[in-house]
Every structure is written in C-alpha cells, then in structure tokens.
Design a protein around this ligand. Sequence first.
Ligand SMILES: Cc1cc2nc3c(=O)[nH]c(=O)nc-3n(C[C@H](O)[C@H](O)[C@H](O)COP(=O)(O)O)c2cc1C
Length: 243
Amino acid sequence: MNPTIELIHEHRSIRKYTDDAVPHAHILEAMRAGQMAATSSAVQPYCVIRVTDDEKRQRIADLSGPQQKVRDCGAFFVICADLRKHMLIVDRAGEDYNASLEAFLVGTIDASLFAQNFTLAFESLGYGTCYIGGIRNDLPLLDRLLNLPEGVCPLYGLCVGVPDESPSSRPRLDAEAMLFENTYPTDDETLAAIDRYDEVYTKYLTDRGAQPSTWSAAIAKKFSYASRSGLGDYYASKGANLC
Ligand SMILES: Cc1cc2nc3c(=O)[nH]c(=O)nc-3n(C[C@H](O)[C@H](O)[C@H](O)COP(=O)(O)O)c2cc1C
C-alpha cells in the first residue's frame, strides 16, 4: 500500500475526543485540501459553517440525538449544499434563478466530495473525525440556530478533534460484492455476498464486546420504517427543487 491508501485504511469514526482545540491554521489547511476535490463544472456549490458558540454547540448536540461529542470535540462543522451564491450571481445578472433537482443533486454530490477530502486532510494531520447525520433530526431548529438564508441546505455535521479512543476498523463488504462488470449481479449472488459479510460483521461485533448481530439485521431494521420524513419540505423551503 502507498502512504495515501494506508491513511485511508486507518480511518475509523472517532466518538471520544480530548479537550485539545484544533488550530485555525489546521482548519484552513484542511479546507484548502477539501476544496481541491473535483466539482461539477467548477460550480463549488457548498459551504462549511464552523460552530464555535458553546450554547449553539450544545443545542445541536441535543437535537442530533443527543450526541455529546458534537459539544465536546475540538471543532464542529456543518457541511451544507450552498446554492445561495449562484442565486446571488443570477440575480445580479438580472436573470431569474432556475431551481432544479439537478442543482440540488450537484450541491449534495460536490459537498460530499469536498467533505471527504476535508476529513481525510484532518486525519492526515492526526485528528479523529465523525460525520453527524443526526443534525437532520431537526433541520428547522438547526436552521434557526445558524440563521441560514434561502439556498443554504445543511446536509450533515462533522466532529474533528484529538482522538481519546482507538476503536478497531469496521469491516466493509467485499470489494467484489460492490464492483461489477458491465451489468448488475443476480439477486442470489447479491444475497450470497451479504451472507458472507454477515459472518464477518458478527465476528467484528463479538470481538469488540458488542451485542452480536448481523449487518443485514441492522439494515432490515433501519430501512423498514420511515425516518426523518420532513426533509423534503424543509429543503423545498430553502429553495431546492426536489422534482
Ligand atoms: C453522512 C454520515 C452521517 C453519519 N452520522 C453519524 C452520527 O450521527 N453519529 C455517529 O456516531 N456516527 C455517524 N456516522 C458514522 C458512521 O456510523 C460510520 O462511518 C460507519 O459506522 C462506519 O464506521 P467507521 O467510520 O468507523 O469506519 C455517519 C457517517 C456518515 C457518512
């Protein structure tokens, strides 16, 4: 493995942090690395909001679960699709902004390409990270806390800090179970790969002293009921076109 691939393999989500701060110089360095991710037609439709206000951090920690790591980590960020700057440019040019699903998708795709580079840059500097989808539990409240204008769509949070734990690596599906040639495999082949992964996953949970279960049991539970059902209304209220 080369050093870049080794670093990628060292990733584990970190959920406990020391009290050490993350220097602004490191944040800017990670920001610039994040921004070097490819971005559709160079439109750069994303932004990052660092939350430093203690009370806001606690409110976001609470609405996210609660997840106390949001309050306790060295630095906490909200990653957003940002269509606002395009809205302003179009408006200044005297045109009407044409909201489209394509624009919203590009916002979420490019924000996520940025976020993974941002995260990896922090990891290369020795920090631990954890994405926080929990912010989507109550986007209207998050929106009010951060005073977000039309066009700015928060997607997920990111905790960064000096790790205070060293969890083992969470196994993934076999690469061959996710890399196909020319067509998609049969359902029997897909289910056989899932059965193989279930064994690996159960062993991983057992080794870490967690309640043994299979990956597919967790997936069956997660995807058999509706969750966060108000997201479409919220993003539409920010000017996103979801149709
Ligand atoms: C968009 C996104 C949102 C996530 N949200 C949370 C979260 O709210 N809380 C949490 O503890 N972990 C969260 N995670 C971390 C995942 O649970 C974790 O990446 C996954 O279990 C794989 O483990 P690993 O990152 O240690 O390899 C999130 C990950 C992603 C990509």
